[in-house]
Design a protein around this ligand. Structure first.
Ligand code: ADP
Ligand code: MG
Length: 301
């Protein structure tokens, strides 16, 4: 097969591993920087160009679109979808997953467990918003933050009020969330590929920190999932419309709650914590699934 990876970093671990796995399985694979792609959108003949050449006859595309280039990256991916190229994850699903609030709204409709979450616009509604999510301590999050940046724990009602006020004053989009204290600074990353959890790890925040992100100094270990956790992760990925997803769960007293669903999950942490060939499994999935013009949403916005 002819595969392209949309990635800005050919030297990034995940990109390198996917290239390696595809080559090993006999595929032709190439890393393409989405910001250097340009498109011709004309009737019946959408084309994609890269540094002066036309990109054509591609069977599948693996999007690894960074949060800072979501808009342009998903436009390039959509163009490939219009050309009939099979996307590992679809542009629509990626756009959904980039907005934490939109994701939770979609998941809530289908009854997935989640921390109680509130969203408001006016400072006048802050006191009620705080009450709604169960009071302090609570978590305040930027809708489009990643790697733990933009996630704040407010220990008291006073602190919560002033942080929310400050964010709203800056016109930042934030949501307010029940703090799952019993998770003890740990979360579970479930790597879902093609409707199955193929690897999972527990990430523990470093001493004195509540955010378990590896980028924030968290450490990863192997974890055994309960059947309920497994089911929740698979269902969350399916609702988002993602073939490949990193579903992050917290172990709450009432059961697993989904915090977020990542559409470009990093492979380094999970492959080293579990010793599994996740990149290989992703390529296997593409081999099995890719067909021209096969998208779930037909490119619907
Ligand atoms: P990011 O996209 O920046 O990773 P997350 O929503 O995943 O943002 O939050 C980062 C980390 O903060 C999580 O991995 C988790 O350890 C912690 N965290 C986030 N929300 C909550 C919550 N409601 N209760 C307890 N811990 C949380
Ligand atoms: Mg996270």
């Amino acid at each position: 097969m002819k595969i392209i990876i949309l990635s800005r970093g050919p030297r990034l671990y995940s990109t390198k591993r996917l290239v390696e796995a595809a080559k090993q399985k006999g595929h032709e694979i190439r890393v393409v920087d989405s910001l250097r792609c340009y498109m011709n959108i004309s009737s019946n003949k959408p084309t994609l160009h890269y540094k002066g050449e036309e990109i054509s006859d591609i069977d599948a595309v693996i999007p690894r679109i960074g949060a800072s280039v979501t808009f342009y990256g998903t436009a390039v991916l959509r163009q490939l979808e219009m050309m009939g190229v099979f996307p590992l994850n679809e542009s629509v699903a990626i756009t959904r997953s980039r907005d934490k609030l939109r994701s939770l709204q979609l998941l809530s409709r289908k009854g997935i467990g989640m921390p109680v979450t509130g969203f408001a616009n006016s400072p006048d509604d802050i006191p009620d918003l705080i009450k709604m999510v169960g009071g302090a301590p609570l978590v305040i999050k930027l809708l489009e933050g990643t790697q733990g940046i933009g996630v704040v724990l407010a220990e008291t009602k006073k602190a919560a009020e002033s942080v929310i006020e400050a964010f709203l004053g800056l016109k930042a989009n934030i949501m307010v969330q029940e703090y799952i204290k019993e998770a003890g600074g740990a979360d579970i990353r479930c790597l879902v590929v093609g409707g199955k959890v193929v690897a999972a790890m527990k990430r523990q925040a470093k001493e004195g920190e509540f955010r378990s992100n590896l980028h924030r100094g968290g450490s990863a270990t192997l974890v055994k999932l309960t059947p309920e956790e497994r089911k929740t992760a698979v269902k969350a990925a399916q609702i988002m419309g993602l073939n490949v997803a990193g579903v992050d769960l917290l172990r709450a007293e009432r059961g697993p709650v989904v915090m977020e669903v990542n559409s470009s999950p990093g492979l380094e942490g999970i492959e080293s914590a579990t010793g599994k060939d996740v990149a290989g499994m992703i390529i296997d999935f593409i081999e099995k699934t890719a067909k021209p013009h096969k998208t779930k949403t037909k490119g619907k916005g």
